[in-house]
Design a protein around this ligand. Structure first.
Ligand SMILES: Nc1nc2c(ncn2[C@@H]2O[C@H](COP(=O)(O)OP(=O)(O)O)[C@@H](O)[C@H]2O)c(=O)[nH]1
Ligand SMILES: [Mg+2]
Length: 367
């Protein structure tokens, strides 16, 4: 059974349009379903409109919410009310095309997707009659979420999923973009998109105004900080702090244990220099390991000793690659003067970073 969750606030006029339309479209292809209207006690009588319709459409019911109002909490509570095997969320105002419901249903049941998104930004998707500025803002907002998800339209309010995706996920109800929240915190493997053309509402008014934008930026920040999200961004950041830790440590060791405190690079015995470098290397790798395990990849469920050994091997391998490439570039190819040396160095660091990242993600911390 498909559970359709529709959050509403003052959508009385749309109820006699959307409920029969859903029943018609799904009835034609025999998809058993329930329609759960999650209403925030709308003063216009949305709930009684649903009540009236439910004699003809017994699959529809309304849950009236009197506390913790808001779009996302309504949807989250709707997941708790749903009794179906697939949950689908859509707006009440017919902005989301009802005809694609069977397609979304089938991409989960037959296509094996865990999540399906009705997308405005995919090929053949679109938005009807939006002025340029609104389109531009929407595009920019989606771009800012890009590192968090592969979905082209994570701001969409039209999506379906298997209940297992959100089971146990710590969904936070403060943002308006509940799909983005689910895509960052939920558990899923396959996500697909169905192109939709978003239509402007004809009945009622939009509830989501400019406050949504500030809220969105705050929401984005919490999602970027959430363990396991946007792992490449976090990995680069952690790697940067690791470089500072490495440099700081080597300088401290040289300062306090070097032969000549005031001249860092005058050594009677060069072996000390290598020893200090090795110590700082281990220290920095350990620093990176801890942050990457808990934060970048959220890999605390795996064995930490195994992860540490693998992470260390990746780091040593990357270090060897770095040394070999630099030797080739500087000693063999003659990239030993400005600006060739700098170009070679940047290139080598990029290659080594990619090795470190992929080695960590796909091997050291893989689940
Ligand atoms: N339960 C509930 N639903 C809401 C709330 N705000 C908006 N909605 C519903 O969420 C859907 C999208 O809202 P809408 O105002 O159309 O946003 P827009 O399409 O971005 O302009 C509609 O079905 C609204 O009735 C709210 O605070 N609580
Ligand atoms: Mg709308």
């Amino acid at each position: 059974m498909l559970s359709i969750i529709i959050p509403t606030y003052n959508e009385k006029g749309n109820m006699p349009l959307i409920i029969p339309r859903i029943a018609e479209v799904l009835g034609k292809v025999d998809i058993p379903h329930e329609i759960i209207v999650m209403d925030d006690d709308s003063p216009d009588g949305t709930a009684s409109a649903v009540e009236e319709l439910s004699s003809e459409f017994p699959q529809a019911r309304c849950v009236v919410r009197k506390s913790d109002r808001g779009l996302s909490p309504s949807v989250i509570q709707g997941f708790g009310e749903a009794r179906g095997d697939i949950y689908l969320v859509m707006d009440a105002d017919l902005s989301h095309p009802v005809d694609v419901l069977p397609l979304m249903y089938r991409s989960i049941v037959e296509g094996g997707s865990d999540v399906v998104v009705g997308s405005r930004h995919t090929k053949e998707g679109g938005i009807e009659n939006w002025p340029f500025l609104r389109r531009f803002i929407s595009w920019g907002a989606a771009l800012m979420a890009r590192p968090l998800t592969s979905c082209s339209d994570p701001m969409s309010g039209f999506f379906a999923l298997k209940p297992g995706v959100i089971k146990g996920a710590p969904l936070r109800a403060k943002g308006y973009k509940i799909l983005l929240e689910i895509l960052v915190k939920g558990r899923y493997e396959r996500i697909s998109e169905v192109p939709i053309t978003f239509k402007n509402r004809e009945i009622g008014e939009s509830k989501l105004g400019s406050k949504v934008m500030i809220n969105y930026l705050q929401h984005l920040l919490t999602l970027y900080l959430y363990p396991g999200s946007a792992s490449l961004v976090k990995f680069l950041f952690v790697g940067g702090t690791g470089m500072l830790v490495d440099l700081g440590m080597v300088s401290l060791l040289l300062l306090f244990l070097g032969d000549n405190r005031f001249d860092l690079f005058s050594f009677k015995d060069i072996r000390f220099f290598y020893l200090f470098q090795a110590v700082s290397f281990i220290y920095a790798v350990t620093w990176n390991f801890v942050w990457n395990r808990y934060w970048t990849f959220d890999a605390r469920s795996g064995s930490s000793s195994g992860q540490y050994v693998r992470f260390f091997l990746v780091a040593i391998f990357a270090f060897l690659v770095r040394s070999i490439l630099l030797f080739l570039a500087v000693d063999l190819m003659g990239f030993d003067h400005q600006p060739l040396y700098e170009i070679a160095l940047v290139g080598v660091i990029m290659i080594v970073t990619i090795i470190n990242y992929l080695g960590s993600k796909l091997w050291a911390f893989s689940k």
